[in-house]
Design a protein around this ligand. Sequence first.
Ligand code: ATP
Ligand code: MG
Length: 561
Amino acid sequence: MEEVGTGLLDRLDAMQRVAASAPGGPLLIVAGPGTGKTRTLTHRIAYLCAELGVFPHRCLAITFTRRAAGELRERLDSLLGDVAEDITVGTFHSVGLAILKENAKAVGLGANWRIADENERAEAREQAGDDDQAYAKLLRQQDLVDLDDLISLPVALLRDDPALVEKYRRHWQWIFVDEYQDVDETQYELLRLLSPRDGNLCAIGDPDQAIYSFRGADVKYFLRFNEDFVDARLVRLTRNYRSSAPIVAAAVQAIAPTSLVNGRRLDPARLDPEAPLVGRYPAASVADEADFVVRTIDDMVGGLSHRSLDSGRVDSRSIAAGNLSFSDIAVLYRTDAQSGPIVEALARAGVPVQKRSHNRLRDRPGVQLIARELRHAGGGALATRVKQTAEALAQRFAAPTLDGEQLAPEDIWTAADLLRPLAQRIGDDLPRFLQEIATGAEVDALDPRAEAVNLLTLHAAKGLEFPVVFLVGCEDGLLPLRWPGATPEAEELAEERRLFFVGLTRAQDRLYVSHAARRFRHGSEREQSPTPFLDVIDSGLFERLGDTVPARPKDRQLRLL
Ligand code: ATP
Ligand code: MG
């Protein structure tokens, strides 16, 4: 447990301290990437509890992903110690679920209600066609709810029951929401019901990182916070602690044309005059781009030549000697399909990779199958049962079809690997395990300790940071993404630009952008041009690689320290 008391806010800068120690009432913290949002949010909660006598059980902290909730929980534990347990930390879905559990009867659910699995949802869809009401009715007849219901049912319930609203408002008197720019209408309504207009609602986020409109998020709720909540206090955080000065400068210029923040500022706290420029590599082809990534990683990590040729694995001691480890490196791309050539090239060079796409756990091949079989297994520790079930399934489905699903035994094993760390945490509570699978927003297969290069879509990279980032496929049509011949709406284009901004701002020390002159897309090989998003960045911020750099960069300054 860290020292509390006067020292608690010492690790914050002046503006972070203003935000963390602001009095009650609505508070909006507008903060750019790398300005310490999570640090500020956790210190605010810790300060309120440790210094101002707010009871931890009166606090509700909401995030969007389970990874983010876990991170919040960990940081609160280290700041506050045991009392942090009493703080409710969860995703919108888990908060909705908690409310639903307490009021299942009131919304007409029977004693054995549960979350429908994928097959059950598909069946209800099939019988009902496009009629949402009929679909909901079918689920309800079987005492099932789907994921959207976890938020919409509590909203409907609270809307009709002012006494219940009062009960929850009395219970959670302090509400904190991270990434507020990504709330959708139902989530927003839930917040409005849980928090009075002059309530202690603290929302933090960055409108310029709003990247989820395709699934209903609307940045307008962020932008009109001070109309929705009376006498809202506004604090801005503009000091970026994450990235070198050239990276911050490039990112600020990239977002400027459609920034949603009035007077957007982002000032680098790191002012190393030796900081390398942003590397820009114009590749001839997709293969050339993948080669560039491998060559550059090879040079930076500097230990690849020591790998054992027998195993194709890299010896971790040799990596350590190179100052930089594989896990410090991320390759980011707009679409999952782009990862193929990069994974192959890295694998050929013997570089270990770990990949995360924006898939949900339950959508991974094999996960639903294991979950369904688990229901029939006997009792005992879930981790063991997952393994046993996978063994049985892998044998049964060696011939790889099931209900039209093309499942190979490897799929089953991969699914089992994904499920096990979960299962271990949960022990033997099967209903809870199945519920977590059903509600889990994202797979979190990224292990920060794994000695592997991280491969992620831009969406999945949100909120993360890496010493070295490659942003590949910076091409018109890919980032911004659009179909050939289609003209995107201004709003779509702005969102793609925000994704580009999110990508650039993941990098701490070294950022590379690359684009290929030709790429196979939509059934044919196409000529590609660099994304216009690069045009608004001052060319002086780039170091052009490729023409000037031979197969291996000679400039040892590129090496990170
Ligand atoms: P994003 O918008 O990308 O999610 P964020 O605002 O949540 O960014 P954080 O991840 O909380 O940013 O912080 C970025 C980095 O800056 C972290 O490594 C964090 O430890 C560091 N940092 C934040 N505040 C300070 C500070 N006052 N002093 C030193 N380092 C800081
Ligand atoms: Mg963050």
